[in-house]
Design a protein around this ligand. Structure first.
Ligand SMILES: Nc1nc2c(c(=O)[nH]1)N[C@H]1C(S)=C(S)[C@@H](COP(=O)(O)OP(=O)(O)OC[C@H]3O[C@@H](n4cnc5c(=O)[nH]c(N)nc54)[C@H](O)[C@@H]3O)O[C@H]1N2
Ligand SMILES: Nc1nc2c(c(=O)[nH]1)N[C@H]1C(S)=C(S)[C@@H](COP(=O)(O)OP(=O)(O)OC[C@H]3O[C@@H](n4cnc5c(=O)[nH]c(N)nc54)[C@H](O)[C@@H]3O)O[C@H]1N2
Ligand SMILES: [Mo]
Length: 762
């Protein structure tokens, strides 16, 4: 099923160069990078103006990540990687009819993803007609009519799939899900399915809400902060400022990661004088170099040790009163860790007993403890169990319902959390659908829809025929790239609502549309005047985002306008929803959200207040919204990976110089890997034992269910990671992740634990 000579994700790697990984994140190099990106892509004027509006009141929300903004903002809190994301969108280069006349789709397939993205913003709507190998211009009306015709020709609305990436605003997302449901389907997969779904599912089951329980301010009170399976120096650089402050206020920080990620060791605040000149603050007091997917074992070890300490000092270590009053299942967890031997814990976590004791001491001493995590925990078959095991640790110390303590899943895309809140979900609750029906007089479909992996299967098997992507890069972000490509090609129509060109635009159904939209940085003028949109950050704060730049092209529509156009063309005259009224004034969309979803009372007024407002979070107030009002301790087995000789457990991660599938450069500056992305990081001793050499070219092979998948032409890079572990970049290694290898319950692809073999290329 794979063709080794023809990787679907193309790279333009040059000579691989290696240097020592950076010890310090932030500081002067980060500021320089920020300015370089801003100038190069936007020009001096647009660049400076844009960065000054980033994350400021009256400005736009940074599209870089979902980390919240501090209330008392530094003059401009932006980070190097936020600036890269902004510069990438705010570029003045554009592509349109001429570009696509010059470049056929097969020709574009030969280009790297980095090259495709670097061509500029898509400036006008484009169509690929049947049997054509070119995109050509199409009017907005004709594009909408084409979609309406195809959707209405389906046998069932469930043959359509409406994907969302997490940059979409609350307003656009709400209209989009409303349209999907008015049309008749809950097929609303989103990037969250591949991201924090394990967190949402895991937390909902045991604490009754699928969101984090910590506010940014809480970092100022925490005694201990565990950062597990997360690389904030690269992916959430503004979080480093919060960690630095926490540390100055006395918090002890523990990093749990197979890699010694730059930034957690030392961090220089780029916007503080002492950050620029000094040696940086060492952030992590303890680094636990866990084996890939060794977290359950490690967390059990920490809990086991804390219970031993409690026996020695009764009443000093765990919060017995909280456990008795507010939780269930404690005795089972005690029995489970007692039955788990230290050998099992040490072998499976890869962490020595003394180190586990140190971590347990830190947790035991903390009156207030926060656990943060990201993809290192969620993207495993036992992703949900990982999260619930973290909750076990937090429950032991009663770390819910007070500031400075709690669960902190750190979200990725800047509005991925808000999209879910306003209804982008393949498994909506009946209560939500009832409210939609009452408000809009529609018959909402009740069957659950396809999530991301099941959407791929449905397109592959012919059960789905139309794919619409609200942002994102479905082809390259999903697992099993070759399989997903076949799935998309099996559709009658694929539609991508996008800002920039990506490989997902090149692998299409019989017909394809690219609908270019305004970006967050741009002014959005509708009938009632200039509009703003709203987003929800990782901590449940809803706030405004207002673009300030002139749109790069006159032919762009806003995301809400595009949804409305599709809805009108599809639902026609029979439908009572006033789509154009919504677009004329986004306040009316917010009024509708307020009617349908609790917590948005007085939305339009409150979101105009500086800093926005917090959505209700009962757990923060000490109320667990579970069936019996108590939080649940839960027992989970230690996952087993019996690696045969020559097998490695691979995690697919982000470099410092990419945003998901958008590659800015072929460097991974912090890790000291330059000019190449088709690399596999391996422990030096594993390289030696396998008879491999630094820089050698190899093919990576995964074999699941009798199917061999090959990622050709990777270079061997020695790196400090545990034995028998391998690290590769996403999306290059996605071909190796089988579509059906996903987390139980959450269906998040197991992109961080894939067994691979390595075959030298002769
Ligand atoms: N600049 C930039 N910012 C981004 C993004 C980006 O691509 N670029 N992406 C955004 C998005 S959508 C998201 S979801 C976040 C992602 O943010 P992260 O989750 O930080 O991103 P990953 O690179 O996937 O890194 C996962 C980390 O987990 C570690 N890890 C892997 N496997 C394991 C394991 O089994 N156990 C433990 N303990 N650790 C493990 C890896 O070494 C790595 O440090 O970032 C967001 N912000
Ligand atoms: N192997 C592996 N796979 C992974 C991951 C991993 O760690 N390993 N991580 C997973 C995670 S956490 C995530 S979140 C997904 C990400 O999956 P996606 O969200 O689908 O992918 P992105 O690369 O973020 O999407 C980039 C594209 O979005 C479009 N875009 C950018 N801004 C806008 C906008 O404002 N509006 C619109 N309409 N379009 C816009 C541009 O055309 C750009 O090319 O990938 C997942 N895939
Ligand atoms: Mo994500």
């Amino acid at each position: 099923m794979t063709d080794t000579d023809d990787p679907i994700v193309r790279n333009d790697d040059e000579d691989l160069e290696l240097s020592e990984p950076s010890e310090v994140a932030g500081g002067i190099p980060a500021v320089m990078e920020t300015m370089r990106h801003a100038r190069k892509k936007m020009g001096i004027f647009r660049g400076t103006k844009t960065l000054l509006r980033l994350n400021k009141p009256g400005g736009f929300d940074c599209p870089g990540c979902a980390w919240p903004d501090p209330d008392h903002r530094a003059p401009a809190e932006f980070c190097e990687n936020g600036a890269k994301a902004v510069a990438d969108e705010a570029t003045t280069d554009t592509i349109g009819a001429e570009f696509f006349a010059d470049h056929s789709i097969p020709e574009l397939m030969e280009k790297s993803g980095r090259w495709l993205n670097a061509q500029g913003r898509i400036a006008e709507p484009l169509v690929r007609r049947e049997n054509s190998d070119h995109y050509e211009p199409i009017s907005w009306d004709d594009a909408f009519a084409l979609i309406g015709d195809e959707l209405n020709a389906l046998q069932s609305p469930d043959e359509a799939i409406f994907y969302t990436s997490g940059r979409t605003s609350n307003e656009a997302a709400f209209l989009y899900q409303l349209f999907a449901r008015a049309f008749g389907t809950n097929n609303l997969p989103d990037c969250s399915n591949m991201c924090h779904e394990s967190s949402g599912v895991g937390l909902s089951e045991v604490i009754g809400i699928g969101k984090g329980t910590v506010l940014l301010d809480g970092f100022n009170y925490a005694d201990a902060i565990f950062v597990i399976g997360q690389n904030p120096g690269t992916n959430h650089p503004r979080m480093m400022t919060a960690l630095q402050k926490a540390k100055r206020n006395g918090a002890t920080i523990v990093s749990v990661n197979p890699l010694r990620e730059t930034g957690l060791t030392r961090f220089k605040h780029p916007q503080e004088v002492r950050g620029i000149v000094g040696g940086g603050t060492p952030l992590a007091d303890l680094f636990l170099q866990v084996r890939i997917n060794g977290d359950v074992a490690l967390l059990k070890g920490i809990i086991k040790r804390m219970l031993e300490l409690e026996d020695e000092n009764p009443g000093e270590v765990i919060d017995r009163e909280f456990i008795d009053e507010k939780t269930t299942g404690f005795d089972d967890v005690v029995a489970d860790v007692e039955a788990t031997s230290w050998d099992e814990i040490v072998d499976n976590s890869g962490i020595e007993r003394e180190e586990i004791y140190r971590a347990a001491d830190i947790a035991a001493d903390a009156d207030r403890m926060i656990c943060c995590w990201a993809m290192g925990l969620t993207q495993h078959k036992n992703g949900v169990a990982n999260i619930q095991q973290v909750v076990n640790l937090l429950l032991l110390g009663g770390h819910f319902g007070r500031p400075g303590a709690g669960a902190c899943p750190v979200r990725g895309h800047s509005n991925v959390q808000g999209d879910r809140t306003v209804g982008i979900w393949d498994k909506p609750t009946d209560e939500f659908l009832d409210r939609l029906e009452e408000t809009f007089g529609i018959d909402a479909p009740r069957d659950h829809g396809f999530d991301t992996v099941h959407a791929i299967e449905a397109m592959k098997s012919g059960d789905a025929d139309v794919f619409v992507g609200m942002g994102g890069n479905f082809l390259s972000a999903t697992p099993d790239t070759n399989y997903t490509a076949e799935a998309l090609e099996n559709c009658g129509l694929t539609v991508q609502i996008s800002t920039k060109l990506n490989r997902g635009h090149l692998v299409t159904g019989d017909r394809a549309l690219i609908l270019p939209c305004l970006g967050r940085t741009e002014v959005d003028v509708q009938q009632s005047g200039e509009q703003f949109v709203t987003v929800e950050n990782s901590m449940g704060i809803v706030h405004q985002s207002t673009g300030g730049l002139d749109p790069v092209s006159d032919d762009l529509l806003s995301e809400p306008a595009i949804v409305a156009g599709i809805a009108e063309a599809t639902l026609g005259g029979d439908d009572a929803i006033g789509w154009s009224d919504f677009v004329a004034d986004y306040d009316t969309i917010r009024d509708a959200i307020e009617e349908v979803i609790d917590g948005f009372e007085d939305y339009n007024r409150r979101v105009r207040q500086r800093g926005g407002f917090a959505l209700p979070n009962p757990v923060r107030e000490g109320q667990f919204a579970t069936d019996d009002g108590r939080a649940k301790f839960t027992v989970h087995p230690i996952p087993e990976h019996d690696l045969d000789d020559g097998e490695y457990l691979m995690m697919t991660i982000r470099s410092h110089d990419q945003f998901n599938t958008t590659v800015y450069t072929n460097d991974d500056r912090y890790r000291g890997i330059h000019n190449a992305r088709r690399v596999v990081m391996l422990n030096e001793r594993d390289i030696e034992e396998a008879g491999l050499e630094t820089g050698q070219t190899v093919d990576l092979i995964s074999e699941y269910g009798g199917v061999e998948r090959v990622a050709p032409d990777f270079r061997v890079v020695p790196y400090d990671l545990p034995r028998r572990s391998a690290g590769t970049y996403f999306p290059e290694a996605n071909v190796l992740v089988p579509v059906d290898e996903y987390a139980r319950k959450s269906h998040t692809p197991a992109s961080k634990s894939i067994v691979i073999r390595i075959r030298p290329v002769q």
